[in-house]
Design a protein. Sequence first.
Length: 250
Amino acid sequence: MSLSTNQKITFILFSLGFMGILSTLLMPLNLPEGADIPFSDNTIRALGIVQSCVMLALALWAGSTLGRKLGFRAPIIESILNKDFSISQLSQLKSSVVFGFIGGVAVLMFSFFYQSYLPESFLIASEKSMSELNPLVRFMYGGITEELLMRWGLMSLIAWIGSKITGKQSAIAVWFGIVIAALIFGVAHLPAVQGLTNELTSNLVVYIITMNSVLGILFGWLFWKKGIEAAMVAHSFAHVAFLSVAPLLS
């Protein structure tokens, strides 16, 4: 039995997302000091991969069923599968490169001017953590897997709910999905911050949510207008900005 184009797209996206999940094996396993955990490190990593795969599968289902009803697509992958791909389609990603890089620089500038309001323990731990983070994790998990989870999956689900609330597929429903998914994207970074510092101040919470939500809105808008590939490229080039510009500001 042959697969439909939608099923093939889902399989390709899962493969890409899975590679991002595997890239997290390059990250150190940070466990609470003194915690009595009855599992080996390898078991914990394996359980983490399984959990991430389940979340990825759910996100892909949401995007491939609910998102398609709203017009969300993976246009480049789809055109390759339909054998009507042209190199000119890649030129449409130029704006994603520019927006992603500028978005990354804007976030860095916000961070530079806001850092005096942040706990010193967070600044020190964050700088150390970022310097140790393998670039492959940034681009594979951040640029690909996170976009599949947050935009292809979560944004599609929330925008679909918005369309049911408004009674029609409208820009309002899509913007509802973009903004709420971006805010959740920001909040989702807080547990990692708690792992860096015990001083979870109100200024730090505002900083983390604002910084990630602004980028989330940008990536969501690109996903809506240009497809998931555009969101992935923009997210990746935000990380290019982090890697290239951040050292100049430190």
